[in-house]
Design a protein around this ligand. Structure first.
Ligand code: SF4
Ligand code: SF4
Length: 339
């Protein structure tokens, strides 16, 4: 296979809609960080993080003959007035980013296949055994901050990543990882409401509200964390909001990042969501991962934390909900209104 010209790949990445692209040699990743993180229990019950570790650490097990990892990023930050108080993390307010980035990756691969027939590739968008932040750093797109987020120079950490492994070399691998710009700052560590940031960019998922609101969707959240569901029901942006490197966000113009109607709802409306409303509003968004009952459970906690007296009748009604998850959450929230 020929050596691929990065100037052309950069043009192609831009033409399919990616904001940033970079290239790294497909060399194995030292196992320490991943294995120590999993061994410490920081992955909570996300067993898949420890599974397929060999492939995560060596992309040639995913694509024999892998030579290059191409890393892409898209800025997603928006500040639409109608969603400014949304209790949903910014990345999840619009169309599911997986489909947006996958479509872009698909278009990129299609063009690659036409120009370089026989080129082998393996891609992923926040799925599959690819360590996207490691590759994005190696490709020079930025670095992993103390908040565990991937931070770029032009867009801060308001970016989503996609990764493509190919079995050809490129003509320019750039200058390697970008410099760490956190310096002595500790704002994110000081601001995390649950102490989930445990140093060196590691996040203890068990304590992180992103994990608790999204992945821990089938049982009650430990009570100490429920009290932190303060206008926050899907994901958490706190450690990004406080970051000084996010002070100059760039508005993501593309309509695929525009918020959907669900992002205009408040906590009370989300707690009272009917099945019909859920079916109308949620499919096609990242919120679907929390599922109907998980989303309502989170919103019910948030009502309790807010001590909204006028939510009492809704909470009383939810105490008779068909979902045990929601019923128990509603009983807890009522106690917060009326201890
Ligand atoms: Fe803490 Fe929220 Fe950041 Fe998780 S997402 S580490 S809970 S501030
Ligand atoms: Fe780094 Fe400070 Fe941003 Fe945390 S808040 S990621 S320490 S710059």
């Amino acid at each position: 296979m020929n050596v691929l010209p990065t100037a052309h790949l950069r043009d192609l990445a831009s033409s399919v809609g990616f904001d940033l692209v970079g290239f790294a040699r497909a060399e194995p990743i030292p196992p320490d960080f991943l294995m120590e993180w999993v061994a410490a229990g920081y992955a909570a019950d996300m067993d898949w993080m420890g599974e397929r570790a060999a492939e995560r650490l060596d992309v040639s097990l995913l694509l024999p003959g892998a030579k290059t990892v191409i890393s892409f990023a898209n800025n997603y930050w928006r500040d639409d007035a109608e969603t400014v108080d949304s209790p949903i993390a910014r990345y999840a307010r619009g169309r599911d980013y997986h489909s947006t980035l996958r479509d872009r990756m698909k278009a990129f691969r299609k063009a690659l296949n036409v120009m370089y027939p026989g080129l082998g590739s393996y891609g992923g968008v926040d799925s599959g055994p690819l360590m996207e932040k490691v590759w994005a750093a190696r490709a020079g797109l930025g670095y992993v901050g103390k908040n565990g987020c991937f931070i770029t120079e032009p867009y801060g950490s308001w970016v989503l990543l996609a990764t493509l492994v190919v079995d050809a070399e490129v003509d320019d691998y750039g200058n390697g990882p970008a410099a760490d710009r956190c310096g002595a700052c500790r704002r994110c560590l000081m601001s995390c409401p649950t102490g989930a940031l445990v140093g060196n960019g590691r996040v203890d998922a068990r304590a992180c509200l992103s994990y608790q609101t999204i992945e821990n969707r089938e049982q009650q959240v430990p009570e100490a964390f429920r009290f932190k569901f303060d206008n926050l029901i899907f994901g958490c942006d706190i450690c990004q909001q406080v970051c000084p490197l996010n002070r100059r966000p760039v508005f993501a113009e593309h309509p695929r990042f525009a918020p959907r109607a669900v992002a205009e709802l408040g906590v009370r409306e989300l707690a009272g969501l009917t099945v019909e409303q859920y079916e109308h509003l949620i499919p096609g968004t990242a919120l679907a991962r929390a599922r109907y009952d998980g989303l309502r459970r989170n919103a019910v906690y948030a009502l309790g934390v807010a001590k909204q007296a006028d939510a009492k009748s809704l909470l009383e009604k939810l105490c008779g909900d068909s979902s045990e998850l929601v019923r128990t959450a509603a009983q807890w929230a009522l106690l917060q209104l009326d201890p």
